[in-house]
Design a protein around this ligand. Structure first.
Ligand SMILES: *Cc1c(COP(=O)(O)O)cnc(C)c1O
Length: 380
């Protein structure tokens, strides 16, 4: 596996990391290795990999690339939730877990499941309040952060929080919304970074995958042991698709983020929209922290319409935007979060999350504007 020179820009690393050695007639891209098992070293022992659940050259290529981008070593999993589950296992029975008040719903549900089964104590915090998070971390086994959060777009002051907790307690940052390009939590003192590779890393809504990245070799060995044993291994094809998508992440994110900024500004000025949550807007509660701590504001935003029925009518009226529950793809997607029964009641009924893609921004705006026109009562 080739490793780019240190000091290269992330856009260059994304293109070059995790390629086979550049020798004559070698393929430019890592081969997709479909293997459930590998030839053993000798009758008494085993090779370095041994079996398909323990390792795969295609995983190694993706892990190399994501590891380079985050500044650590990566482990690939079958999905973001498989990675999340593996990380949640770091909390022992009756242990203490600090969890954001709002976070990815699957993570929240998986944590609640462990609380019910294993007596975990969950301390819910507002990630935007660094003091509250740091205070709650006292005696915790794992501090789980997500920033920006799903779907309220709250922004955590990661340099302050991760700096204060470094060496004190294990801290994980679900950085799915930010991608490795907008923040690098390991540099700030976090122990683990989680990505749902299903989203921005893949970018094409065609593969499920998760990643954990860290620097502590003991912690990584423990996680790798659990992955080998519990079997949350990604498919070789999915891994390849995510690596292929990763090559264009910088281009996709730049385009999507520019679209998101313009759409957020126009939506904020629209009389049918009650509120826009996007850290790129100067009036947003997360703006100052995001501006100081992130390299960009990302391509996700949430809007609030008058009520649930208005949001439903709005979604029924879009023609180009895709109604779907994922995010981070080249296709612009939206959904009303409260359509999920488990979504928290603190998420407004009329909130619609928008994952802005890379289409031409005027086409995206035209579609949103006509849908708002149809959905919002004229006298607003
Ligand atoms: C999608 C997502 C996950 C879960 O990832 P899957 O690949 O769907 O299992 C975790 N965290 C965040 C922030 C996500 O958006």
């Amino acid at each position: 596996m080739t490793t780019p020179e240190p000091g290269l820009h992330p856009a260059t690393i994304a293109v070059h990391a995790g390629r086979p050695p550049a020798v004559v007639d070698a393929p430019l891209n890592p081969p997709v290795v479909f293997a459930s098992t590998y030839v053993g070293a000798d009758p008494a022992g085993q090779g370095e990999v041994g079996y398909g659940r323990y390792g795969n050259p295609t995983w190694s290529a993706l892990e190399q690339a994501v590891g380079e981008l985050e500044g650590g070593s990566a482990l690939a999993y079958a999905s973001g939730m498989a990675a999340a589950h593996a990380a949640l296992q770091l909390v022992p029975a009756r242990g203490v877990l600090v969890l954001p008040r709002h976070c990815y719903l699957g993570v929240s549900s998986a944590a609640e499941e462990r609380a019910a089964r294993d007596g975990l104590q969950i301390r819910r915090v507002d990630v935007a309040n660094a003091e509250e998070v740091i205070a709650a971390a006292s005696g915790a086994d794992l501090v789980w952060l997500e920033s920006p959060t799903n779907p309220l777009m709250e922004v955590a002051d990661l340099p302050t929080i991760c700096g204060a907790l470094a060496g004190v307690t294990t801290t994980l940052v679900d950085s799915t919304f930010a991608t490795p390009l907008l923040q690098r939590p390991l540099d700030l003192g976090a122990d683990l970074v989680l990505h749902s590779g299903t989203k921005f890393l893949s970018g094409h809504s065609d593969a499920l995958l998760g990643v954990l990245v860290g620097r502590d070799s003991e912690l990584l060995a423990r996680l790798k042991g659990t992955r080998s044993l519990h079997g949350a291994a990604p498919g070789a094809m999915e891994t390849y698709l995510v690596l292929r998508g990763l090559r264009t992440l910088p281009l996709r994110l730049t385009a999507a983020q520019a679209n998101a900024q313009l759409l957020a500004e126009r939506l904020a000025a629209h009389p049918g929209v009650t509120r826009v949550r996007y850290p790129g807007l100067p009036g947003d509660p997360g703006h100052a922290v995001a501006k100081r701590t992130m390299a960009g504001f990302g391509s996700l935003l949430s809007i609030e319409l008058a009520d649930g029925p208005t949001a439903v009518a709005f979604i029924q009226s879009v023609k180009l935007w895709v109604h779907a529950t994922s995010l981070g793809g080249v296709e612009s997607m939206l959904e009303r979060r409260r359509r999920w029964a488990a979504e928290l009641p603190t998420v407004p009924e009329g909130l619609v999350r928008l994952s802005v893609g890379v289409e031409h921004v005027e086409d995206l705006w035209t579609d949103l504007a006509q849908a708002l026109e149809r959905a919002t009562p004229r006298d607003l």
